[in-house]
Design a binder for this molecule. Structure first.
Ligand SMILES: O=C(O)c1cc(C(=O)O)c2c(n1)C(=O)C(=O)c1cc(C(=O)O)[nH]c1-2
Length: 254
């Protein structure tokens, strides 16, 4: 399949080196990452009520619980055992192991702390249609595109730690229903994400050897920033502007 033009970067500026590629990737993050989204400004600034924070955590659970599925698909794209060895800890980071807690369980601590029923959260019954479409599109992307693009699509994680820092301090400061115990998910990601992002960045710098391949890498990152952005657009439309789609979670009356 060829690159989709909807996500194209400027084609008049071919990227001629790994350094130019990195500069362009960082520019994409600085201008398109969902840290810039108005919903995040409200979330971190203490401007949402508990029901709106519940809606965010409930929808994000679908993203979180799909990440190890996505990573299992990425892993399946590689014949190279070394890449599989490197990549597979991501699955364990989220799923945990029989005797160790993983990110999904930590996310459930957050939704439980917010008063949501765990069976309801895990069922994904109340999520927004756009959440499902966007997250599923990410899983399909890593299945359908080249292994290089599959790895490149994880590069939003380069920009996640700053956002997580802002989220931890902002939410602890502003919401009386948030405490450090329910924020351990983000605390843990501060250590995990940089390792993952640095590996993925080094990989694409090394393996994208032509301007065309570098453009594919950039477009994969743009695609992923859109996956993240559109989920917040949908949350904003439903829970800030009050247009909750049929069947989606409805917060209890305040
Ligand atoms: O809270 C966030 O804003 C955020 C963003 C992202 C991201 O940039 O994709 C991830 C995460 N969190 C995260 O917790 C996580 O485990 C994760 C895995 C991935 C990935 O693409 O493989 N992104 C992200």
């Amino acid at each position: 399949m060829t690159a989709m033009t909807a996500f194209s970067v400027a084609t008049d500026a071919p990227l001629n080196s790994a350094e130019e590629l990195e500069t362009q990737l960082r520019h994409i993050g600085a201008t398109r990452y969902h840290s810039l989204h108005p919903f995040h400004k409200l979330l971190h600034g203490g401007k949402l009520d508990k029901g709106q924070v519940q809606a965010w955590a409930l929808n994000r659970y679908y993203y979180q619980s799909s990440i190890p599925i996505k990573d299992a698909v990425v892993l399946s794209r590689f014949r190279d055992r070394n890449i599989r060895l490197e990549w597979r800890h991501r699955i364990e980071d989220h799923d945990g192991n029989f005797d160790t807690e993983g990110g999904i369980e930590r996310w459930i601590k957050l939704t439980e702390g917010l008063g949501l029923d765990t069976d309801y959260v895990e069922s994904a019954e109340g999520i927004l249609p756009a959440t499902r479409f966007a997250v599923d599109a990410y899983v399909h992307f890593v299945r359908d595109r080249s292994p290089l693009e599959a790895i490149a699509s994880s590069l939003t994680e380069l920009f996640a730690p700053n956002l997580h820092e802002e989220r931890i301090s902002g939410m602890l400061k502003h919401y009386d229903f948030i405490n450090p115990n329910v924020m351990t998910y983000f605390q843990r990601r501060l250590e995990q994400a940089p390792r993952d992002a640095n590996f993925a960045l080094a990989y694409v710098k090394d393996h994208a050897r032509t301007p065309e391949q570098r453009a594919l890498v950039c477009n994969a990152l743009i695609f992923k920033t859109n996956v993240l952005w559109v989920q917040l657009d949908a949350l904003y439309h439903a829970y800030v502007e009050g247009n909750v789609p049929p069947g989606a979670f409805v917060p209890e009356a305040k």
